[in-house]
Design a protein around this ligand. Structure first.
Ligand SMILES: [Zn+2]
Length: 583
């Protein structure tokens, strides 16, 4: 009864005041986008907005209660293939309908028992191996069969194992006497009903037996991966000019040796092939020179080539281990030019004949970032000093320069809220409040962007903070989850760091924000993120919460929330400075 009465009043009201112009509820679906290609999901979220917020709303027949600002988010069942989402809103007078079509990937199902198909999973089109390497092969076909494989040009059948229904795997160890010459693999499957099927996979297998080793040089800075594909993790960051020996290929990736114990994979597109006969890049480390510049200790090590390097950092006291692959130690002098360097002790180790490690022990308790670069073939390691800082009640951040990074940019805006506010715009509002707060605390602030730089790469943000010699880097983001996940179950804030220098700041900020915001704490993460890993100062990335939930979208737009974040960031940095002060 009550409901009907209200509806009638509203009906009269809307006729009277607005005429019929605005009588239809304004309804929008923000995500998923029209024609979005989703992975296989059986349920996922739909969000958007409706006005008036009091409208009744159904999405594919499921009743959804909009938040007070009209934003809504709901989980609904999805079906594979072309899938229709229909939202219907009614204000008691008129009805609005919005439809949306998305493409949901098909589930991966085992092949039927009577399938005559064999699908090749591995090897890829081109593969180069050496003696003793293991070649992995895999195919899909009818389940509960018996499978084996052979090579086109070679005798011998090699068994395969059904590791899950319809997925067969096999291995072959390359023998010293093997001679492959662009060989293909032939798969054989005997189905449960006795029928035999075979398929030839164009594999171009080559066994490398070079008397002249093959070398490549990086034509750009590149990431050494732990496996042959972008889905594998980062191993090391290598600089342009590094020269390495090729020991294998898999599809578009090339395997290289760092030393006799370490290998990795590089995308072929980042490499330049060197002419046959090119010698390996070997340098002898001789005299090391150490001097200081404004805020840094600079170590110079003349070499003959650009080498792959790895850095490991430890705290209390701050110790760095710089490993150079392809370098042999013959250091007899370390020349300290400046007395005010932070280096207390330095020595070297040669674990393997081809890799040299410099151990640098400092009189700082905590790392403040570093940069490794080359001037020609002279290696420069710049170790940053802890900034001069003295606690003062009135200006507790005086003397510090802080880079504040509003995540994303206008064109590539990150996630989005139900009312259509982009992550980039929300991050920028919060970043501006943080800027103001940090300035009030006496810091000078470098804003990596002001919302007008577009596109604006992660590397440009990192480079800018380094050029400005910022002492701390804070990146601000707002979160979402993957399709298929329920945002209500996984929502919360999280803090990320990579280099040890960011860990303590991340811990302090996480504690303080958790207490002051009341938002669910999704933890402190060591995440392999560019702005955490490649920055040259203690760095964190802060996800303030889930923008795709209507109540958080509203909250993030509010001044008091932005100021709360700004206070938390400011106080966390003060606390971080206090805690890193002691030796
Ligand atoms: Zn983001």
């Amino acid at each position: 009864m009550k409901q009907i009465f209200r509806t009638q009043i509203f009906f009269l009201f809307s006729l009277f005041i607005e005429g019929l112009v605005f009588s239809q509820p304004a309804l929008k679906i923000v995500q998923p986008y029209e024609n979005a290609n989703l992975m296989y999901v059986t349920q996922s979220f739909v969000f958007g907005s409706v006005s008036p917020a009091t409208a009744t709303l159904f999405i594919n027949g499921t009743s959804v209660v909009p938040y007070t600002n009209g934003g809504f988010l709901t989980m609904i069942p999805f079906q594979e293939g072309r899938f229709k989402i229909e939202a219907v809103a009614s204000d008691g007078v008129s009805i609005s309908t919005v439809t949306r079509f998305v493409n949901v990937a098909e589930a991966t199902r085992p092949f039927p028992q009577n399938s005559s198909e064999i699908q090749v999973i591995s090897p890829p089109n081109r593969i180069v191996l050496r003696g003793e390497d293991i070649l992995n092969v895999a195919c899909k076909g009818a389940p509960q069969g018996t499978a084996f494989f052979k090579f086109k040009e070679k005798g011998g059948h090699y068994p395969m194992v059904e590791v899950s229904p319809g997925l067969y795997r096999g291995v072959y160890k390359i023998q010293p006497e093997d001679n492959f010459d662009y060989d293909d693999v032939i798969f054989f499957l005997r189905r449960a009903d006795g029928r035999k099927i075979s398929k030839r996979a164009k594999a171009e297998i080559v066994v490398q037996k070079r008397r002249t080793p093959r070398f490549v040089e990086l034509s750009e800075d590149a990431t050494l991966l732990t496996g042959p594909g972008s889905e594998y993790g980062y191993n090391l960051f290598l600089l342009k000019g590094v020269r390495l020996e090729v020991t294998g290929e898999y599809g578009d990736y090339v395997r290289v040796d760092l030393d006799s114990g370490n290998t990795g994979w590089l995308a072929r597109s980042t490499l330049r092939e060197l002419p046959p006969g090119t010698p390996p890049a070997k340098s002898v480390s001789r005299n090391i020179r150490i001097q200081t510049t404004e805020g840094s200790t600079v170590l110079e090590l003349p070499l003959s080539y650009v080498h792959a390097h790895r850095v490991d950092e430890f705290v209390n006291p701050y110790r760095m281990e710089l490993t150079l692959f392809g370098v042999v130690a013959d250091t007899d002098r370390i020349h300290f030019i400046a007395k005010d360097s932070i280096i207390k002790e330095i020595y070297w180790k040669q674990f393997l004949p081809e890799s040299f490690t410099l151990v640098i022990i400092t009189d700082q308790s905590y790392p403040w970032g570093y940069e490794v670069r080359y001037e020609g073939t002279k290696l420069i390691l710049e170790l940053r000093h802890r900034p001069r800082w003295e606690h003062s009640k009135t200006a507790p951040l005086r003397g510090l320069k802080i880079a504040v990074d509003a995540g994303h940019s206008t064109g590539s805006y990150g996630t989005i809220g139900p009312l259509g506010n982009t992550e980039a715009s929300v991050n920028l509002l919060v970043a501006k409040a943080v800027e103001e707060r940090l300035k009030n605390l006496g810091a000078s602030v470098v804003m990596t962007q002001d919302g007008t730089k577009d596109p604006f790469s992660l590397q440009s943000r990192i480079d800018l903070a380094w050029k400005e010699k910022a002492n701390i880097f804070v990146s601000i983001h707002s979160d979402a989850c993957a399709e298929g996940e329920n945002p209500r179950e996984v929502e919360g804030f999280s803090v990320h760091y990579y280099n040890v220098g960011g860990e303590l700041l991340g811990e302090i900020l996480r504690d303080d924000y958790g207490k002051k915001s009341g938002i669910r704490d999704q933890g402190l993460w060591r995440s392999n993120l560019a702005v955490c890993r490649a920055t040259t100062m203690p760095s964190i990335l802060f996800e303030q919460g889930f923008l795709i939930l209507p109540e958080f979208e509203e909250r993030f737009l509010k001044k008091d929330h932005q100021q709360m974040v700004a206070h938390v960031v400011g106080e966390s940095i003060v606390e971080f400075m206090k805690r890193t002060q002691s030796k």
